[in-house]
Ligand binder design. Structure first.
Ligand code: KE4
Length: 425
């Protein structure tokens, strides 16, 4: 049997940092990453046979739990018909029709291969549609790693403490304007300073990449009104929230209609899928119909579409899954909030539905600056304590906990018991 340490020793020789995505390297929590061998339901097992209750869920996609039988069996069957054709298929029509008929604000949709690609494409579309160049984003929001989005970004860049990446030319970043999350005045100021130049405001309607930060009452409504007033598009980056906070995502949960939405994670059922969609008259500007170019060899891949379609049909066909996810979230995150209060821990917790984050700072976390006051060393101790006891949290203070439909009350109560033990130390 090989060990994670042995695998990491080999991995760093041939893969930068030993991983294909930085946050998996466990650098901010000071551990050798666990190499995962298999997963089932709410659990993952590492190569040494250790079982963990999984609160990463592949960073969101595994909302039904790992190894869902319906998804797995459909994918196996699809593989027997061929892996990839590079041609139009009936399945792509069916999944697009399904999404357009079940998500009110999606009249047309284009499949891509990641959330990054979805955001990159949606912003190019917004620029092409409005004829404007500038984009407003929010400090601490993460929208994937396309050049113009690696400005004051969250997730792995925030974890590494370098919110702006090397290698991004000033020419790319100069049209990205950064506002403060939950601060409408900071957005209005950018519109005042850049009249008629802002193509879009892109926002995580619930931020989950500086840890989970909820929109303050009126924030999303204010963005909608500002964009309408200024002729800019409102882009909801629902790569995490989409099909999780409700079937219609944060747009449904908060009752706000964006102009464009980006998806990833859940829409792929565990396979590499991203998508962007919205109003017909905007989407029609995309090649080959319109002048905004975007393409992808494996976009709409039949195996990936199969996994995503089955997962979406399961979610849409069983709305009780969202009741369960909300109950489980209330049980876990409400339980953590109670424990933090009971033990007077210098921590705060933000949560909505089946995502949440415990911040190691006593003050409310409402934006990037307040999230950054967190004691990341204290978080690392918490992470290591939980991992040792068989609970796999995201290895960063600035990520979310993800609950799946397979996390039952017993598993959640075991999690709360472990957290209480940690707080008692
Ligand atoms: P991908 O390119 O990683 O599929 O999606 C980028 C993306 C876009 N928008 C939002 C709101 C996102 O959360 C993400 C990716 N999320 C991170 C987790 N915070 C992916 C994990 C990783 O980078 O390994």
């Amino acid at each position: 049997m090989t060990t994670s340490a042995e695998l990491m020793e080999r991995a760093v020789q041939v893969i930068p940092g030993g991983v294909n995505s930085p946050v998996r390297a466990y650098r901010s929590v000071g551990l050798t990453p666990r190499f995962i061998e298999r997963a089932d339901g709410p659990y993952v097992w590492d190569v040494e046979g250790n079982r963990y209750l999984d609160y990463i869920g592949s960073w969101g996609p595994m909302i039904l739990g790992h190894n869902n039988p319906a998804v797995r069996e459909a994918v196996v069957k699809a593989c027997e018909r061929g892996m990839s054709f590079g041609a139009a298929t009936e399945l792509e029509v069916e999944i697009a029709e399904f999404i357009c008929s079940t998500v009110p604000h999606i009249e047309m949709i284009r499949m891509v291969n990641s959330g990054t690609e979805a955001v990159m494409s949606a912003l190019r579309l917004a620029r092409g549609f409005t004829g404007r160049d500038k984009i407003v984003k929010f400090a601490g929001n993460y929208h994937g790693h396309s050049d113009c989005m690696l400005v004051a970004a969250g997730s792995g860049v925030m974890t590494a403490g370098v919110p702006d990446s090397a290698g991004v030319p000033a020419g790319c970043a100069q049209d990205t304007l950064t506002a403060t999350y939950n601060n409408l005045d900071s957005v209005r100021a950018l519109f005042d300073e850049n009249p008629g130049q802002i193509a879009a405001v892109i926002v995580e309607p619930v931020a989950a990449n500086m840890g989970v930060v909820l929109p303050a009452p009126g924030f999303l409504e204010g963005l909608r009104a500002l964009c309408d007033e200024q002729g800019a598009l409102l882009v909801f980056d629902e790569v995490i929230c989409g099909f999780r906070l409700a079937y219609g995502g944060a747009a449904e949960r908060f009752g706000i209609t964006p102009d464009l939405v980006t998806y990833g994670k859940i829409i792929g059922g565990g396979m590499p899928v991203g998508a962007f969609g919205g109003h017909h008259d905007i989407m029609e500007r995309m090649a080959p119909v319109g002048p905004v170019y975007q393409a992808g060899t494996l976009s709409g891949n039949p195996i990936a579409m199969t996994a995503g379609f089955v997962q979406l049909k399961e979610l849409h066909g069983h709305p009780e899954i969202y009741d369960r996810l909300n109950q489980a979230g209330e049980r876990l995150f409400g339980g953590i909030a109670h424990l933090l209060e009971q033990y007077e821990a210098p921590c705060t917790i933000n949560h909505v539905g089946s995502i949440g984050s415990t911040f190691f700072t006593p003050d409310p976390v409402t934006d990037y600056a307040s999230a950054k006051t967190s004691d990341t060393e204290a978080f690392a101790r918490y992470f290591r304590f939980m991992l040792d006891r068989g609970f796999a949290l995201a290895p960063s203070q600035f990520e979310a906990m993800f609950i799946s439909a397979m996390h039952d009350d017993a598993a959640i109560d075991e999690t709360l018991d472990a957290i209480e033990t940690f707080l008692k130390m």
